[in-house]
Design a protein around this ligand. Sequence first.
Ligand code: HAM
Length: 417
Amino acid sequence: MIQLIKGFKDILPEDNLLWQKIEFAARELFEDFGYREIKLPILEKSELFARSIGESTDIVEKEMYTFEDGSKGTITLRPEATASAVRSYIQHKMYAKDPIQKLYTIGPMFRRERPQKGRYRQFYQIDAEVFGIDSPYIDAQIILMLVTLFERLNVPDINVLINSLGCPECRPNFQKALLDLLESSKDNLCEDCIRRVDKNPLRVLDCKKEGCREAVKNAPSIIDYLCSACEEHFDVVKRSLKKRNISYEIDKNLVRGLDYYTRTIFEVQTTSLGAQSAVAGGGRYDGLIEALGGPKQPAIGFAIGFDRLSELLSQTVESVETGPDLFIIAPDSEKDMVFEWACDLNLSGIKTDMDYSGRSRKSLMKRANKINTSYVLIVDERELSCGNVILKNMNDSDQKEIPVESLVDSVKSVITG
Ligand code: HAM
């Protein structure tokens, strides 16, 4: 039998109930905050991700699904949505119409990571991005929106971590202090990080390997090197979150795994998912639009790990699958007529199934129980000769005669009350 590719998974119909609930709540909330949906392609030119996420990140170095596209260079299955949203903002000159754009998108992302619980090679994100606003109030608002979604969905045990990564103004001072430390502990770093010391020292702070973690234990924190503008920005974010009663912790070691971030960064973590504790993450990326050839416009956004969120919720929410409203059992000789009824009932909003097998009534009643239908419509030759069929309520076993003449209306009025 042909099986799924490792790290990929099916989301089965019974699990989709929860996925739909999450998606519905996210759409409703985001649209209340003025976000509009954008659909972005799953394949992009590889260069887009290398230039935005960063050449020396784990994602770009090791995890991208990249293919040759004939003579046109390489293309990549998107590992995230931010880069594509920025590309689209620039390509369609959205900024000319209005530099402020609030967008959201939901869909699959691909990273060739080592699969484990909560970590997949195809996973889904619910992503929100704001372009064109540099005010710290939007940082607080986007975190509030994210936390509100988690609250509305009753997500248990979440922690909001925030930090500031500063700007090109204050980063060099920090980098110098970090480099001094890294140079002195180079021997304990992994091979990747030894390379990163010269290319992108901040990435060393994000390495999960034991030796590297130990080496950076006493590393300086960028938050202690912020310039006054970044400090003021971060103060307003913190103050505004407090005002809205959003609990957060400042995590001086939070750096995030993508290179484009500036100033405020944040993560929502949980203690209930084992090793994969981050359910959502995001931050400001004020330089990216310009770096990708667009106008100088600031930006901020986040992405929720849809799979992780649904796994978290499935631990506490029991989604009950409902069966059809009606199941029709009829002798073979009446199938033409019953087929018409079933179509009419479906079209009038009654979730109707009919039997196609012609099995005995006894075995079909068993099936009716199994599929958890609310009502069964039994077509019996004798009743039919008097112009009636039987409608049985499966909850209380109450039976009613329904006139064939007005079948759809009569069934509908019983079922919908
Ligand atoms: P990220 O932290 O790489 O950020 O991913 C966001 C979330 O996606 C993570 O917190 C996690 O829940 C989920 N996730 C990531 N990788 C996997 C995986 N292999 N399997 C399952 N879930 C996963 C970004 O992607 C940024 N684009 C977020 C952002 C938007 N920043 C600004 N705007």
